[in-house]
Design a protein around this ligand. Structure first.
Ligand code: HEM
Length: 407
């Protein structure tokens, strides 16, 4: 496919701000999305492992991880929208073609996700007394995990099909016969997919270290349970980290020819280093892991490592499309739109920031209190502020709409 055709597929309206900003935000939000996906899958798997155990510690963990997994699905979905917006803005010729070639799966993605999410709730509804009575109807949880993985596989295929414009015609019209149903996923790289999914193991290990520290800080802390959690978290982090790194190396060794330059580049070495630092971090911390906020730090370091991995993944895509197909995402025509840029940044930083800080503080403090919890007046004020800001946002949204419509 010639670069001229690829450029002709671009949106003639251009983009509302500098394309590099979209690339940076795309990598950043993809890292957040993947962190939520990996916590969702890891805690879901721990739920299944613990629900049927004879051990009261395992069942207690399963009950807590079920709540985590349930929330993580919604976080993964909500945050998944952000990289979706960024990728379709700067890579629209590639993203939309890939979607059209597998249209059946793009629509199916939503239905599969809905059923997967409902299945998780079905398991939850059946298991209100998981810690004391053990698990029931595990098939719902198995179904949920399988469907959520399928959803991830569909995005993986879409995101990879876009990197092969030279194949698009053959996929669209094999042997010259048009195949209009969109029922096929045409390209996947199982080792790449396995790498991103396997990262659930170390990410969940880091999550468990934070969960353990959180339990430790409660007034009614159960020392036995907390001691039991540590080796489990460390096993997931270290063994899971090693498994992920091996899969990452195998992915690099099997890169398609046009991407082979990437395997031994400083970029992949950087991603490898970031992952290894995360795995080694609790060892560096030593006894400090039980003090202050250090118990949470491994997850923070892991989040930074995920940002590095996603940034490096973006380098692979950007250079492949420039080098092999003559398409430079950074030369997109810019039609600066200060209003939408400011609205986006304010929504992200102010509305999102205030609301998140409020919700996280309430959840945090409630979990650290025995008996009835009442937020302080300052915190309640913050809650009201986030509702007020949301009201203001809705007002601004309709006001600008009416203004544009009327002028
Ligand atoms: C809940 C199950 C999900 C799983 C297991 C999952 C997993 C993944 C994985 C493994 C990748 C990386 C693929 C690769 O690079 O090969 C990915 C990328 C992506 N995911 Fe998800 N995902 C899920 C849901 C969603 C949802 C609901 C959305 C959108 C609302 C979404 C949006 C995206 C986007 C846009 C990318 C690629 C961004 C890019 O190429 O720049 N995902 N996801």
């Amino acid at each position: 496919m010639s670069p001229e055709i690829l450029y002709a597929l671009r949106d003639p309206a251009g983009v509302p701000t500098q394309p590099w900003l979209f690339l940076i935000l795309g990598a950043l939000t993809l890292a957040l999305h993947l962190a939520a996906v990996q916590v969702m899958l890891g805690t879901g798997a721990l739920t299944l492992r613990g629900a049927y155990s004879q051990s009261s510690h395992w069942r207690r963990l399963a009950a807590h991880m079920l709540t985590t997994s349930k929330i993580a699905v919604s976080v993964a979905i909500v945050i998944g929208v952000a990289p979706l917006l960024f990728v379709q803005v700067v890579y629209d010729p590639f993203w939309y073609t890939s979607n059209v070639l597998s249209g059946w799966w793009v629509i199916g993605f939503i239905l599969i996700l809905i059923v997967g999410y409902i299945a998780l709730y079905a398991f939850y509804w059946k298991n209100h007394h998981l810690a004391s009575e053990g698990g029931r109807s595990g098939h719902w949880m198995v179904l949920s995990l399988a469907l959520l993985l399928l959803v991830g596989y569909i995005v993986h295929a879409l995101t990879n099909q876009m990197l092969f414009p030279e194949q698009w015609m053959a996929w669209y019209a094999p042997d010259g016969n048009i195949e209009p149903t969109g029922r096929q996923l045409h390209y996947s790289h199982p080792l790449r997919f396995a790498f991103f999914i396997a990262l659930s193991l170390p990410v969940t290990g880091a999550w468990l270290l934070g969960y353990r520290r959180y339990q430790q800080a409660r007034p009614d802390a159960d020392a036995d349970y907390i001691a039991w959690l540590k080796p489990l978290a460390m096993r997931l982090l270290t063994l899971g980290g090693v498994v992920s790194v091996i899969l990452g190396v195998l992915w690099m060794l099997t890169l398609p020819e046009k991407m082979a330059w990437f395997a031994l580049s400083p970029w992949s070495v950087l991603a490898l280093a970031a992952l290894l630092v995360t795995v080694a971090f609790p060892l560096l911390l030593g006894a400090r892991i039980d003090r202050g906020y250090w118990g949470y730090a491994t997850f923070g370091v892991g989040a930074v490592a995920l940002i590095v991995v996603c940034a490096v993944r973006e380098v692979l895509r950007y250079v492949t499309l420039v080098g092999s197909h003559g398409y430079d995402a950074l030369d997109y025509t810019v039609h600066m739109d200060w209003y939408s840029l400011l609205l986006f940044l304010l929504t992200f930083a102010v509305l999102g920031g205030v609301t998140l800080v409020y919700m996280l503080t309430v959840a945090w403090q409630a979990g650290q209190t025995t008996g009835r919890y009442s937020p302080s007046p300052a915190l309640s004020w913050m809650g009201n502020l986030s509702i007020g800001l949301l009201g203001l946002w809705i007002l601004a949204y309709f006001a600008i709409g009416f203004y544009v419509w009327a002028s």
